[in-house]
Ligand binder design. Structure first.
Ligand SMILES: Nc1ncnc2c1ncn2[C@@H]1O[C@H](COP(=O)(O)OP(=O)(O)OP(=O)(O)O)[C@@H](O)[C@H]1O
Ligand SMILES: [Mg+2]
Length: 480
């Protein structure tokens, strides 16, 4: 592949410039006119084109335009006749890297080529770095920009290489199943089965048969022999979802399989050996279940060889917008909608909301918004009502360290920091803060949050702009 393509209809110019560049160590291709140049560019794009501007078929500037339809951004150095200022200006305006006047000095061109190649290398490195960075924001289908998820991805990647048993903890909707799949897909078992079993969904008797299979006639209704999930997942991964919900009896069976790596089908005698990697997940505090005597301690240790916790979304707010944008694209595509962006108000509302249902709730909310959105921009009115309402509540005054909103609690509409307790924490715990003082703090916090924009602050506070005006005036008056 040639590094430089020299285009000139004058043989002597073309050849002398080429040999100069070859001597300087570059690979050079030559073309005697624009048409020839285009066919070379199509077949074997060079890194740089040096072209005369005045040529019989197409001029250098036109060649640059057409060449860039083939290779976007292909750098050009245009050679113009002495004192042909307008065409030189044109060339630069249309994005030529530089122009050289005839008669030119080859050293100058060599210098330009050198600079241009160095610049291109930088650009290429930059693009590669950016790509690398973007790749890191994904772990298979999981998106996570913040440091917490980045650390989790790194850890998951390492764990995936082994066959170690993994326990994933996290509130509902944080992405436990997605993470389990991602681990499987990065593991050497990736092309083997990934079998999912939700332990909560089944009564005990059925769960046993789902796990281990059964022999014909093992119980009423067992009309044929059936393989269980352990057998189906052989050589692959078995994902046991909601593991905290299994009965004491199933716990015993499971423990035995984990210890011996073999089992018998329900109603059968044959010992079946399997090679299965177990990943389990729970949104319960499994250790607390152990202490309450509801979950076997020995099984807990067997399952929790490697433990991972996915933090709730409210504790990794930096992931909210990357996820939201991803879901906007996804649902716009699925619903044939043309909306690709969200308004600033939507950003604010999403960032303030507590997300008790985590990523699943965010995903559902964005789907709702995209479905009813009627323009290119997703607006506040498109979001589910309770999120809009939460965003209109008074601004958080101090950021309260501890998270709000337990999942499923009455707190779906609580903005972060806006706890049920006195949001404007007085200096000493237990001190009674006069109402007026609380109000003042809320107003100041809202102004701070909106960068002094009174209209926005009034909206955040849920009061009319004039009311805010009045209150600010009162605050400025000296106390009686
Ligand atoms: N980091 C993420 N990036 C992209 N999508 C995500 C992410 N986390 C979760 N999701 C999406 O959110 C939804 C819920 O995820 P998932 O089912 O894995 O959660 P879960 O923790 O297993 O929830 P539950 O405890 O309720 O079963 C899915 O549609 C999933 O695709
Ligand atoms: Mg799940």
């Amino acid at each position: 592949m040639a590094t430089v393509l020299v285009v000139d209809d004058e043989k002597i110019v073309r050849e002398s410039l080429s040999s100069w560049l070859i001597d300087a160590g570059y690979d050079v291709a030559m073309a005697a006119n624009g048409t020839e140049a285009l066919s070379i560019i199509k077949q074997d794009p060079p890194k740089i084109v040096i072209s005369d501007n005045r040529m019989p078929d197409i001029d250098g500037i036109e060649l640059m335009k057409r060449a860039r339809d083939i290779v976007p951004g292909l750098p050009f150095i245009i050679i113009t006749a002495y004192a042909s200022v307008p065409s030189a200006v044109d060339a630069m305006r249309l994005g030529a890297y530089d122009y050289v006047e005839k008669p030119f000095c080859p050293e100058r061109i060599e210098l330009l080529v050198k600079k241009l190649l160095a610049h291109q290398t930088l650009v290429e490195e930059n693009v590669a770095l950016k790509k690398e960075l973007e790749k890191r924001f994904f772990f298979h289908d999981l998106i996570g920009k913040g440091a917490k998820m980045q650390r989790l991805f790194d850890f998951a990647q390492t764990v995936a290489r082994s066959s170690a048993t993994v326990l994933i903890r996290g509130e509902s909707g944080t992405g436990k199943e997605l993470l389990a799949r991602a681990i499987h897909n990065s593991s050497p078992r990736a092309d083997k089965p990934f079998v999912t079993l939700s332990c909560a969904a089944l009564p005990e008797s059925l769960l046993e048969s789902e796990l281990f299979g059964h022999e014909k006639g093992a119980f009423t209704g067992a009309i044929a022999q059936r393989k269980g999930n352990f057998e189906l997942a052989d050589t692959g991964t078995l994902f046991l979802d909601e593991i905290g919900d299994i009965s004491a009896n199933v716990q015993v069976h499971l423990l035995r399989v984990l210890e011996e790596r073999e089992f018998t089908r329900v109603g059968g005698g044959e010992r079946i050996k399997v090679d299965v990697r177990i990943i389990s997940a729970t949104n319960k505090d499994l250790w607390a279940c152990v202490q309450d005597g509801k979950f076997r301690e020995d099984l807990y240790y067997r399952l929790n060889v490697v433990g991972m916790t996915i933090p709730p979304l409210r504790e990794r707010r930096e992931d909210i917008m990357p996820l939201a944008n991803h879901f906007v694209q996804k649902f716009a595509r699925e619903n044939n909608k043309q909306c690709f962006e969200v308004s600033q108000e939507v950003v604010e509302a999403l960032m303030r909301y507590a997300w008790p249902g985590n990523v699943r709730e965010l995903e559902n909310s964005i789907e709702h918004a995209v479905v009813i959105c009627d323009g290119p921009l997703v607006r506040l009115k498109d979001l589910p009502n309770h999120i809009v309402r939460a965003s209109a509540e008074p601004a958080p005054v101090v950021s309260v360290g501890s998270p709000v909103a337990a999942p499923g609690a009455e707190s779906a509409a609580v903005p972060v920091g806006g706890t049920a307790g006195p949001a404007a924490a007085p200096a000493e715990a237990g001190a009674v803060t006069p109402l007026a003082e609380l109000e003042k703090q809320q107003i100041l916090a809202a102004l701070k949050q909106t960068g002094g924009n009174k209209k926005e602050a009034a909206r955040l506070l849920g009061i009319h702009r004039m009311t805010l005006h009045k209150k600010l005036k009162q605050l400025q008056e000296p106390n009686p």
